[in-house]
Structure formats: structure tokens, C-alpha cells
Design a protein around this ligand. Structure first.
Ligand code: C2O
Ligand code: CU
Ligand code: CU
Length: 463
């Protein structure tokens, strides 16, 4: 059962009040704003060991943010100042990383700023104009990210745009995808060192056979015939890459990591790698009373010798159920969603080549005491990401959204804001990026969390 939370966000800007429609986000409780000042969002979040029911009728030892998996939704708007008081009640160090957000280095929650057990830390950042979109947060401690995310630490972020180009009446659903593995008693199953499974998890990243949408297994999502819904999809899985398809439907793909596209794209499938987000419109084109499944279609991201035997199975994620109500007239979707300022190739001052092999970038294993790349604040650069091996590695850069302009030498269909780019085996991708506003030491890494933990990560110092 998908419980729906309906809420009204009211922005008070100066002396006038704008009411930003009703957004119903599936089954997410919100981080409560402790501030009554306009434009300030002040929240509290705690990471603690907990016992929660992930599988029906069983309690499992987990880690949770504010007692929930996924953690509560952080809902903010462009222009807001965000203050997050974080308390680490785990018995190990952790951080919270605000994946995809453009913010000061000290608030990035990278392995450079670990928070010790029992300690607290306040993250502060301002939400830049033009960044409305879907983001997420997760821990980022050195060598322990896969474990802590696997234990349940991840949550969603929605950045709203006061000038949303899409109709305010559009139903808005946040779908956080994750997977996990359990033993017979319902405990989370992490492979023992020395076992074959341990090696498989090291190579592929740890996948689980139980797929969750938010906190549910195969939930129902209802739609009325004719209705259009906006789905914001987050891949919070440590290693599983989703090739998404919705039976009987075509997606209208409208957004990526850094927000809306310029133009909607019709597509039957979306590949969503680890850490990535996709925004799609689902058009309720079917008959009242009908049902369709959102599925993870087979996706071969593996090296042949480590590929799981059941990799070619389709897995179900949720059921889209049409209500019996009579059809409504579909709302109009604009043909242009926004204009994205293109980063200028003429301004590029350096091209950096990243060669990804298993566990390494440019033949090096992560070292927090080493700076791998140095760049000037404000510089525009090209990064060419080459995957030298036969499995996918999704490449992620902290702090700055980039624009992929080429894949395997071919220009891409349109320029989008992204912070993670999946590079399939033996392929390459190039992006252009500008290091605006924030000096610091920014991580770049493979977002298969086990690979990141093994050291498939480096440091870009911007100064
Ligand atoms: Cu989502 Cu460095 O991570
Ligand atoms: Cu990140
Ligand atoms: Cu990888």
C-alpha cells in the first residue's frame, strides 16, 4: 500500500504569498523545518542503529536517519539557506554527503570531514538559482560507504523552482530505488571475507535480490486514466544499475541529475546508474482499471566471469494501477522546459583524461593525502572519461554539475546538467565543467560504492 502524503508548500516572499500547488510525494515524511524565517530551512538529522521492518513481518538491524529508511525527505527551494544539524549516533565515523549539490567544501560531507561517533556537525549551504531538481543524501566515510548505505543510510532531496515551468497540478512522486540482500533470519547479508560471494561483491558491487521503491517491495501506485504524473527517480543502490521500462507506456524523459532538460524526450527505457536521477512524465494513456508494472529490465553491466547467473531476469519494481474513475483530459506539457546555458568550449583551459580500470583511476588507488588534479577556481575544463575494462563504471564528480557533450566520439542528443555519467565497458564519455564559487578538495569516483571503497576515487583540488 502506498501511503500518500499530501502537503502544501507556501512560500512567503516579501509581502506577497505564493501558493505552490499541492505536491503529493509518495510515502516520504519530510524533515521538519525548525525555522519560521522565510528562506531559511533548518533541520535536524540523526544517524543511529535501529531495528526496522524491511521485509514483511521481520525486524532487521539497520542504520537509519531519523528512524526511517529511506531517511526523511529534504525539501528546499532555490534561494533557500539550508542549515542541517547532524548527530552521529553510530558507533563508527560517518558523514552526510549531499549528492549533486553545489555547496561549500566544508559542507560536502566527503571523507575529508568525518564525524566521529557521538559527535555532531552543522552543514550549511545556499541553494543556487537554476538548480531545481532531484538530489539525494548518503554517508561518505572512507572505505565504509557501501556498508553504511547498505545498512540503510540514504534519503531524497527535492529542490523546487518557484517558477516551475510544468503545470502546478501535476502529481509529483519521488521513487527512491534500492536493493538489499537478507539471510534466512532476515538480517542484512554482507558477504564474509574469503568467500566467493565476497569476491563477487568486490567485482560487481553488492547487489541484493530484494528491490525496494522507497521502503516498499512492489508497491502500488495509482493513476487515473488521462492523468499525467511526474516521477522523480533516484538510484540509491550501491551497485545495481536499472534499465527501467513501464509496460504499455512510453516515458517522457524531462530531467536528469541537475534538473529539467531543455526539451522532453520520448523513450521506452531509461538506464539509471548508481547515484543518478531521472525525472519522467508518465501519461495515463490506458483504460480505467488496468494494471502495468514498472520493471528493471536485464542490463548487462558485468564482466562475463562475474556476471550473476540470473542477470537476464526482469525484476518488478511497482504496479501502476489505474483507478476506475472516468478519464480526465491530459494537461498540456510545454515543448521547452527551460534553457540551459552551455559551457563554452572556447574557454576550456585544460583537458583531463580519467582512465578507469577495476578499482583504480589513472592506475592509482585513492589516497586522502594525495591531490590528483589541481585546477583554478572559475576555470572551464574538459574531462574525458575512458573505461578501459569490460564492465560499466558510473563516474561521479562532487561539487559541480557538468555537461556531457560526447560519447564515443559522437555528440549527445541534448546538453543536460549531470553529476554522474555512466561509462559502459570499453566506452568513453566527455564532459565540460566550470568550477564556480567553491574552492576545496572535491572527490571524483566510481559510484559503484564497493569500487569507491576499494579506492576507485581521486581528489580534484580547486583553488
Ligand atoms: Cu553520491 Cu561521492 O557520492
Ligand atoms: Cu556526490
Ligand atoms: Cu566502478
Amino acid at each position: 500500500m502506498l501511503r500518500k502524503l499530501l502537503f502544501v508548500v507556501v512560500f512567503i516572499v516579501g509581502s506577497f504569498t505564493t501558493s505552490i500547488a499541492q505536491h503529493s510525494v509518495s510515502d516520504h515524511s519530510l524533515m521538519q523545518n525548525l525555522s519560521s524565517e522565510p528562506g531559511i530551512i533548518e533541520v535536524e538529522i540523526t544517524a543511529s542503529p535501529d531495528r526496522l521492518s524491511l521485509l514483511p513481518g521481520v525486524e532487521t538491524n539497520v542504520y537509519a536517519y531519523n528512524g526511517q529508511i529511506p531517511g526523511p525527505l529534504l525539501e528546499i527551494s532555490e534561494g533557500d539557506s539550508v542549515i542541517i544539524h547532524f548527530q552521529n549516533n553510530l558507533d563508527e565515523e560517518t558523514t552526510i554527503h549531499w549528492h549533486g549539490m553545489h555547496l561549500p567544501f566544508v559542507s560536502d560531507g566527503s571523507p575529508f570531514h568525518p564525524i566521529q561517533p557521538g559527535e555532531s556537525y552543522t552543514y550549511r549551504f545556499r541553494v543556487h538559482p537554476g538548480t531545481a531538481g532531484t538530489y539525494w543524501y548518503h554517508p561518505h566515510p572512507h572505505h565504509r560507504t557501501a556498508w553504511q548505505v547498505g545498512m540503510g543510510l540514504y534519503g531524497g532531496i527535492i529542490v523546487r523552482d518557484p517558477d516551475n515551468p510544468l503545470p502546478d497540478t501535476l502529481e509529483d512522486k519521488l521513487l527512491i530505488l534500492s536493493d538489499n540482500r537478507f539471510d534466512e533470519e532476515g538480517n542484512l547479508d554482507f558477504a564474509e571475507e574469503g568467500t566467493r560471494q565476497f569476491k563477487v561483491d568486490e567485482m560487481n558491487g553488492r547487489e541484493g535480490d530484494v528491490l525496494f521503491v522507497n521502503d516498499e517491495i512492489m508497491p502500488d501506485l495509482s493513476i487515473r486514466s488521462g492523468e499525467v504524473q511526474r516521477w522523480r527517480i533516484v538510484n540509491a543502490s550501491g551497485a545495481r544499475i536499472y534499465r527501467l521500462g513501464l509496460e504499455g507506456h512510453t516515458f517522457t524523459h524531462i530531467g536528469s541529475d541537475g534538473g529539467l532538460f531543455e526539451y522532453p524526450e520520448k523513450t521506452d527505457e531509461i538506464i539509471l546508474a548508481n547515484g543518478e536521477r531521472a525525472e519522467v512524465l508518465v501519461h495515463g494513456t490506458a483504460e480505467p482499471g488496468s494494471k502495468f508494472k514498472l520493471q528493471a529490465l536485464p542490463y548487462n553491466r558485468y564482466m562475463p566471469q562475474w556476471r550473476p547467473a540470473d542477470w537476464d531476469q526482469t525484476r518488478d519494481l511497482l504496479t501502476l494501477t489505474y483507478t476506475d474513475e472516468s478519464p480526465v483530459n491530459p494537461i498540456e506539457i510545454p515543448e521547452t522546459l527551460r534553457s540551459i546555458p552551455k559551457l563554452d568550449p572556447e574557454e576550456v583551459t585544460a583537458t583531463r583524461v580519467m582512465r578507469m580500470s577495476n578499482g583504480k583511476i589513472n592506475s592509482k588507488v585513492m589516497d586522502l593525502n594525495r591531490i590528483d588534479e589541481t585546477a583554478e577556481l572559475g576555470a572551464t575544463e574538459i574531462w574525458e572519461i575512458r573505461n578501459l575494462v569490460g564492465m560499466d563504471h558510473p563516474f561521479h564528480l562532487h561539487g559541480f554539475q557538468f555537461q556531457v557533450f560526447e560519447r564515443n566520439g559522437e555528440p549527445v542528443s541534448q546538453i543536460k546538467w549531470e553529476d554522474t555519467v555512466n561509462v559502459p565497458g570499453f566506452e568513453n564519455a566527455s564532459f565540460i565543467v566550470r568550477y564556480d564559487d567553491y574552492p576545496g578538495k572535491w572527490m571524483f569516483h566510481c559510484h559503484i560504492l564497493d569500487h569507491e571503497d576499494q579506492g576507485m576515487m581521486g581528489v580534484l583540488e580547486v583553488k
